[in-house]
Design a protein around this ligand. Structure first.
Ligand code: NDP
Length: 248
């Protein structure tokens, strides 16, 4: 028996990396999937095609999650297309790294607007829908950097720490309405985002991972599927690391 049969999952940043792995893992468990992406149409189409191979309905939507208006229009369209959203995964994220003294205000704002405000917009657009139906699972992708901070990532760490506050506040507001909200804090996961780092920096982090391997998007996806499924119905406001022990 598939654990997410007949449910609909909306996954932001579902075209690539961790979001793509989450969308596909949920599709494999029987969920219909709506994926949001920023601009990479080819990657989004590829994810849709692979999700459909699991026999579910899958559609992609170009939507900049930092825009409240775009999120509103897209969520309205997703609800028209699928009729419901049971699972929201706020995964879309970017980096604009730099040390504080050289970090431009724009780099700070871009990261906050996409990584933190994006999740805020999505939660707000689906709040009443989930509340009315007295069910829903919200899963926000934070980072161990949001727990511990990181040099040259003040903007990113602030956004990811913000995600934890947003998660716990949402969990408290919606707990009595049957909606859970949890955060996943991945460590160092193989994706385009980490591939873009200088090799020296990648090696330095990898060598510190107690489990001696870089994580794969599927490692994060497995937890997202669990948090969306029946086994997690009494878990809310939690932050769970998926990091091979890196931030322990
Ligand atoms: P990738 O860079 O591989 O993928 C990013 C995804 O986000 C893409 O699907 C991209 O769409 C989408 N996206 C970016 N900006 C926007 C936007 N404004 N609106 C809508 N979608 C957008 O990242 P990862 O898979 O590595 O990361 C996914 C999440 O996990 C992020 O929140 C990241 O911070 C977090 N994370 C990652 C870690 C890692 O080690 N990789 C560690 C900890 C947390 P498109 O394809 O169209 O560009």
């Amino acid at each position: 028996m598939k654990t997410l049969n007949n449910q609909t999952a909306l996954v932001t940043g579902g075209s690539r990396g961790i979001g793509r792995a989450i969308a596909l893992a949920m599709a494999e468990e029987g969920a219909n999937v709506a994926i949001l992406y920023a601009g990479n149409e080819t990657a989004a189409a590829q994810t849709v095609q692979e999700a459909e191979a699991f026999g579910v309905k899958a559609l992609s939507y170009r939507c900049d999650v930092s825009s409240e208006q775009a999120v509103k229009e897209t969520v309205d369209q997703v609800l028209k297309d699928f009729g419901r959203v049971d699972i929201l995964v706020n995964n879309a994220g970017i980096v604009r790294d730099g040390f504080l003294l050289s970090m431009k205000e724009e780099a700070f704002d871009d990261v906050i607007n996409t990584n933190l405000k994006g999740a805020f917009h999505l939660i707000r657009q689906l709040y009443s829908h989930m509340m009315r139906r007295k069910s829903g699972r919200i899963i926000n992708i934070s980072s161990i950097v949001g727990l511990n901070g990181n040099a040259a990532q003040a903007n990113y760490a602030a956004a990811k720490a913000g995600i934890i506050g947003l998660t716990k506040s949402t969990a408290k507001e919606l707990a009595a309405r049957g909606v859970t909200c949890n955060a996943i804090a991945p460590g160092f996961i193989h994706s385009d985002m980490t591939d873009a780092m200088p090799e020296k920096a990648r090696d330095a982090i990898s060598s510190q991972i107690p489990m001696k391997r870089v994580g794969q998007p599927q490692d994060v996806a497995a937890l997202a599927v669990f948090l969306a499924g029946p086994g997690a119905s009494y878990i809310t406001g939690e932050v769970i690391r998926v990091d091979g022990g890196l931030a322990m």
